[in-house]
Design a protein around this ligand. Sequence first.
Ligand code: HEM
Length: 414
Amino acid sequence: MNDSPADAPELFTWEFATDPYPAYAWLREHSPVHRTALPSGVEAWLVTRYEDARQALADTRLSKNPAHHDEPAHAKGKTGIPGERKAELMTHLLNIDPPDHTRLRRLVSKAFTPRRVAEFAPRVQELTDHLIDNFIEEGSADLIHDFAFPLPIYAICDLLGVPREDQDDFRDWAGMMIRHGGGPRGGVARSVKKMRGYLAELIHRKRENPGEDLISGLIRASDHGEHLTENEAAAMAFILLFAGFETTVNLIGNGVYALLRNPEQRERLQRSLDAGESGLLETGIEELLRYDGPVELATWRFATEPLTLGGQRIAAGDPVLVVLAAADRDPERFTDPDTLDLARRDNQHLGYGHGIHYCLGAPLARLEGQAALATLLRRLPDLRLAVEPTDLRWRGGLIMRGLRTLPVEFGPGL
Ligand code: HEM
């Protein structure tokens, strides 16, 4: 049913990372369930239409467990598929299926509640202001390095209960993971190892001496008499850090960039914030996620049996990648999908996924995204790009897409 796949645009190039949307439009139209070789050499299916994507995300025949991957044994561990190496920290929500997933998710949901996140709002505001204070006198900044990058890491560390004096270590480890996520593995492996050692010790300490933080909450959480083991608690803390970090960096980076490129929308938001309204900020964050969300491809899924998706036969063991960023620009689902409309109402985007793996951290991401954008616009009302858009470099991984730097200028701020 595919048109000639020979005409398919080249994926995973530099141009693609800069602007993948024309390639996604081609795929949606000509080859909506598309077999391709990933940079690692692994063959996978890319799902780009909204309806197929939503269906795939909820399909129980698509497992998250990398053990279902049908790769020749010699390639195992070299594919870049997270979790393929059986590391302790990798037995986390994004790599497991029910019933284990159901049990772990229920336990973590008892500790990571919307109420805990809501109570955290003043701290997020304080962090946001503090980061802006650090550069406001300069008249210029790199909003990725100075703002979008540190905000989520300090926020999650605080929430988990990592003492302030240790948080810069986390910042360095996380920086290593972001910088080299798709590249040399050595530094990343070392950072993961250090993080694992640190988390194991912290969990041990919190067990002896619990507090009000999320790690203590994870240790305390019980369901029908069941608790998380120390290993499970460490894997959970790790996935909260890992899943909640680069995503939020890119939500802020891609979001600010989209606003700077759409001055009418930005002015509208600024006016509504000046008037003390929050409605446009709330719909606006959802729209920024749809328009240029941080997660390009939902994480891996593997067919546990042969199945048909969007008219395409998929064999047992085949990897399937749901391209959220392509689905969220599907004209069959969204009116004027390539237009940024902060007031968009009919906006059931897939930026946070769908189904049982729907983003657990969505309330925290919304809180951070809203605080970041509102505070930037309020305190730096004439914020502008300091370089031409063509000079910006994008980090296009397999999973995440975001700016490497976002140089901005501004007059005296508030
Ligand atoms: C899952 C997106 C922020 C924790 C997911 C998934 C997506 C996503 C698409 C589903 C992946 C899949 O089905 O394969 C985002 C975006 C964020 C964000 C766009 C920011 C804008 C966060 C934050 C946290 C977090 C701040 C926590 C602190 C998680 C966890 C899962 C998850 C634990 C796994 C849930 C499960 O498997 O049951 N996220 N996320 N995320 N996210 Fe987020």
